[in-house]
Ligand binder design. Structure first.
Ligand SMILES: O=C(O)CCC(=O)C(=O)O
Length: 252
């Protein structure tokens, strides 16, 4: 059994069924190797150093001079191809394949979200809405802290069972809701769940799970990595896409 497969079995059957029931799973244990996470943090930090010069479609913001309080960099693996097959990505890919019950999982999207000190919340939303080509039927989205997050640094929160509202998948999906109130399609009596995570921890959710994050009231930047995996040919194309982008970007 190779190391990736070994890691896949880190999640217990109980955790997997919790993921299916709630639409998310928070793993607040040191499962991901610290050195793998630190390696990615260092390389992603270098990309943020270059934020003003990154293509605005990959690093969205109103101005080229200053990054916004919640600064996203999309397609890290295109901007820094070393990240495309780094050990952390492969560890998560192995887990994703096991979770999806697939022999191969493709990383169809990757990004970083740096929430600077003083940044506001990220409103409730469901990832499938942002998906240009529509969300695949099976997909697992990892949210991985790249540094230790204090309790007031902008914890990611989930609405349990929100992935089950099939109507909301179509009718209410494109709407965003203010974080103060629960999403319009949340079942009454449901409480949002979130736990501050540290290096080695992670959470997973489905494309239909409502989630958002609270403001960063700590003095530190809250750094997170997002990896979305799914099986199937269309996802393979999405994974190969970034190498094309990277090729185009490196052309003189
Ligand atoms: O990192 C965060 O605060 C939220 C990110 C998020 O929910 C997303 O990118 O879909």
């Amino acid at each position: 059994m190779n190391q990736t497969r070994a890691r896949a079995s880190v999640l217990t059957q109980e955790q997997l069924s919790q993921f299916r029931d709630d639409g998310f799973l928070i793993v607040a244990e040191p499962v991901l190797p610290e050195d793998q996470v630190m390696f990615v943090e260092e390389r992603v930090d270098r990309l943020y150093d270059r934020w003003p010069t990154l293509p605005r479609r990959l690093a969205p913001g109103p101005s080229s001079e200053v990054s916004p309080p919640i600064a996203r960099v999309h397609r890290l693996t295109a901007l820094d191809p070393v990240l495309a097959h780094c050990p952390l990505l492969e560890t998560c890919r192995g887990m994703a394949a096991a979770i999806l019950g697939a022999t191969q999982a493709w990383c169809r999207f990757d990004a970083a979200v740096y929430k600077y000190s003083g940044a506001g919340n990220v409103e409730w939303h469901k990832d499938f809405v942002k998906s240009t080509f529509g969300a695949p039927k099976r997909s697992v989205h990892f949210w991985i802290p790249l540094n230790d997050h204090a309790g007031n640094a902008g914890t990611l929160m989930f609405v349990p069972g929100s992935h089950r509202n099939v109507l909301a998948r179509h009718r209410l999906g494109p709407r965003r809701w203010r974080l103060g109130s629960l999403p319009a399609d949340a079942t009454e009596g449901v409480t949002a769940v979130g736990v501050p995570l540290s290096v080695g921890n992670f959470s997973i959710h489905t494309p239909w799970t409502a989630h958002g994050s609270s403001p960063n009231r700590s003095g530190q930047t809250r750094k997170a990595l997002i990896l979305e995996f799914s099986p199937g040919a269309s996802s393979a194309v999405r994974q190969v896409g970034p190498s094309l982008v990277s090729g185009l970007l490196s052309r003189g």
